[in-house]
Write a protein that binds this ligand. Structure first.
Ligand code: ZN
Length: 92
């Protein structure tokens, strides 16, 4: 079961993260990952559909009609995105 709370836009905007790649200030936003952020270690082989689902990172699956999002940040300079999967948030 995912942890979900209401989205606190001001708190999000105050977390001014620098891009880990190019060090520019990243833009906060909300990422909807749907079936989850599927994470695969590069050395893992033979992952089918079922096993891929089991590898979704916690708190990233949202298939409800009223979707939940993950707080995220993007860097348009180098096309890098960061996702916070400590919990999911709902927007009012
Ligand atoms: Zn960057």
């Amino acid at each position: 079961m995912s942890l979900v709370s209401d989205y606190d836009r001001r708190a999000h905007e105050h977390e001014a993260l620098s891009c880990p790649r190019c060090h520019k200030t990243m833009t906060p936003g909300l990422a909807m990952l749907g079936r989850g952020l599927i994470w695969r270690k590069p050395e893992t082989t033979g992952a089918g559909t079922f096993s891929m689902i089991t590898q979704a990172l916690p708190n990233t699956i949202s298939m409800n009609i009223r979707p939940a999002y993950n707080r995220a940040w993007r860097c348009d300079a180098c096309s890098t995105a960061l996702v916070d999967y400590s919990k999911m948030v709902r927007v009012k």
